[in-house]
Design a protein around this ligand. Structure first.
Ligand code: FES
Ligand code: FE2
Length: 342
């Protein structure tokens, strides 16, 4: 019997499921079509409640803190969209999508601060890919990078596919993103025929993954956007065909994540063997496609994510993927926001 190593044996008692704050970045809020002109509703993301609204013209979208800077009423309970602004129910102060106070109907003189700065916290918000995106930074710092061009979602022609889905995982985004570099689990959890080689490169908020020498090429932008292109040769046509999985997860809380995904492919003619092949590629990504052993994320990853704990000091072996470089890259998205010093 070897020497007992209590630190090794008892460490799991100190582990948390997700010992991280919400990471900085751009996050999916909803599909644009789900928010009509003049609509307002309360949403829960980033560990708190927010008020989401669209201007009456339809052109502007705002995500605001719910509590009115006047006397603290919750704008999303009884409030209303008025033109480009959202109006608090209590005394009808109005705020635009940037958080500026635009009207106090009974004030002869607006409080001076309202001329100088926004008084209500809002999140920088854009619409892209037919979706609403907000930038989360715990100390309200401005975006440091832009959402990339994604041809599969933005080009008017050339691509098709309307499959999309949402799943909730009881873990943080970092744990989900770590799957990409954890190539050993592809064989043992997903039943891939081998552990594929992986190369990861890092450039600011972006990580590029090449798994299986071009079989999967992934572009990851912080925690909120991940574009994975799967390229395989169709045995019938002999052509290399690429299908794309775009995932856009949003932290509901620091330890609960909503995963959202769209699946797109080249717009092959109806009835063509290429279309049949690429549809099978997409079935494969989501769960085991008919007649094959390998299992996509839906059927197996959640079993692990929903129940694991984060090990800050994992015991890795030589066959593991580049877990530590990934974690170092991801750590740039955590900001220690100590509000007691404001
Ligand atoms: S509390 Fe919102 S207007 Fe007074
Ligand atoms: Fe996985």
């Amino acid at each position: 019997m070897g020497v007992i190593n209590l630190k090794q044996l008892l460490e799991s008692q100190t582990l948390q499921r997700a010992p991280f704050p919400v990471p900085v970045g751009w996050y999916f809020i909803d599909y644009s079509e789900n928010l009509k002109p003049g609509e307002m509703r309360n949403i829960n993301v980033f560990d708190q409640e927010w008020v989401l609204f669209r201007s009456e013209s339809g052109e502007k979208v705002g995500v605001t803190d719910p509590y009115c800077p006047h006397l603290g009423a919750h704008i999303g309970h009884g409030g209303k969209v008025c033109g480009d602004n959202v109006r608090c129910p209590f005394h009808h102060w109005e705020y635009d999508t940037q958080g500026w106070c635009k009207s106090i109907p009974y004030a002869k003189v607006m409080p001076p601060i309202t001329k100088k700065a926004p008084i209500l916290r809002t999140l920088p918000t854009v619409e892209k890919y037919g979706m609403i995106w907000s930038w989360y930074h715990p100390l309200c710092e401005a975006p440091t990078w832009e959402l990339p061009y994604i041809p599969e979602l933005e080009d008017k022609t050339g691509y098709a596919g309307n499959r999309r889905g949402s799943w909730t995982a009881n873990t943080c985004i970092q744990e989900i993103a770590e799957n990409g570099v954890d190539v050993a689990h592809l064989k043992f959890l997903h039943n891939a025929p081998m552990i594929p080689p992986v190369e990861a490169t890092y450039d600011g908020a972006k990580m590029v993954l090449n798994i299986g020498k071009g079989y999967i090429v992934g572009h990851t932008y912080a925690g909120g956007l991940n574009v994975m292109r799967f390229t395989q040769t169709d045995p019938v046509s002999g052509k290399a065909i690429t299908a794309t999985m775009i995932s856009y997860s949003v932290p509901l809380t620091h330890d609960k994540t909503q995963m959202n995904m769209s699946f797109r492919h080249v717009d092959f003619p109806a009835g063509s063997p290429e279309l049949a092949f690429t549809k099978k590629q997409i079935d494969h990504m989501i769960g085991a496609a008919e007649g094959e052993e390998s299992a996509g994320f839906e059927s197996v990853d959640f079993i692990v994510w929903n129940n694991k704990r984060y090990r800050p000091n994992p015991l890795l072996c030589d066959g593991d993927g580049p877990i530590f470089p990934f974690r170092k890259w991801f750590s740039q998205f955590y900001v220690n926001a100590d509000l007691s010093k404001l």
